[in-house]
Design a protein around this ligand. Sequence first.
Ligand SMILES: Cc1ncc(COP(=O)(O)O)c(C=O)c1O
Length: 339
Amino acid sequence: MENIEWSTLSFGYKKTDFNVRTYYRNGAWGNLEVSDSEYLQVHMASTGLHYGQEAFEGLKAYRGKDGKIRLFRWEENAKRMINSARGILMAEVPVELFKEAIFKVVKLNEKFVPPYGSGASLYIRPLLFGSGPEVGVNPSKEYTFMVFVTPVGPYFKGGVKPVNMLICRKYDRAAPHGTGTYKVGGNYAASLRAIVEAREEGYANSLFLDAREKKYIDECGPANFFGIKGNHYVTPKSDSILPSITNKSIITIAESMGMTTERRKIAVDELSEFDETGACGTAAVISPIGKIIDPETNKIYEYCRNGEPGPVQMKLYRKLVDIQTGDAPDEFGWISIVE
Ligand SMILES: Cc1ncc(COP(=O)(O)O)c(C=O)c1O
């Protein structure tokens, strides 16, 4: 195993030994190639660079107490990447090729999978983009699919802490009937000003509203939003948010614990009715929200008044993390072992 200070690692890029790549040309994917270079040679007229034909995924590998490496629901990421490819007219990466690529790249970089108990994990980043030249606005005829990995530290160092969010009324991340439901780079470019401005004002992230009416909660930076009222879990239903695999998993866990769940529009006004709120996604699993500030009305919605994350979301968090690391039985069939 690499000699790395795992617990202090950030959620950032760290070089590993290998990545894998394959190219789509003349209507077919080629064989998977292994590379030790951190660079790609890209055509200067590629559609990925000019017209944003680019999609990515993010998932993690965890080492269990038994030393085995576990992947969490990778098939969901494969399916979502196919959906993203369809959304912006790229060649689709078949599920089998996606599987071969992620299992291979994890195995090749096995020594970078952090030890059990460190809170760190190996982040897996599949990337698909149009690599053929076009000058007119057209989908590319050639595509590159590659996967790299990088070890990342625990999101919350020293325990899960509530974070504050700023409602964004100045910018939209995604348009109704636009590309918000795909994991494509353009959505992230569109969100950067809002996220950086929120951070500069001391908030963890920006809480986006629906672009049409600015009335409903959409997404929480690069994560889905949820609210909890008693034994009830609610998360936004919207055509412009990314279907989070973490959120879907939390809903299954919540129901298995006897909670009721609902996907529906959540009006900003309803924020005052929740006992707990949070953001969920692969990076942090769950980020409990302490306060939400609306810059238009100056309203402050406050949760976790004692500075501690809400008990219901912590129960959901614990169960999900325990399944991911193998501490709890894989009762929903979400785990694949990298042999
Ligand atoms: C915009 C956006 N929403 C939500 C999520 C959460 O999705 P997942 O739980 O699949 O990581 C992500 C990615 O992490 C994201 O980028």
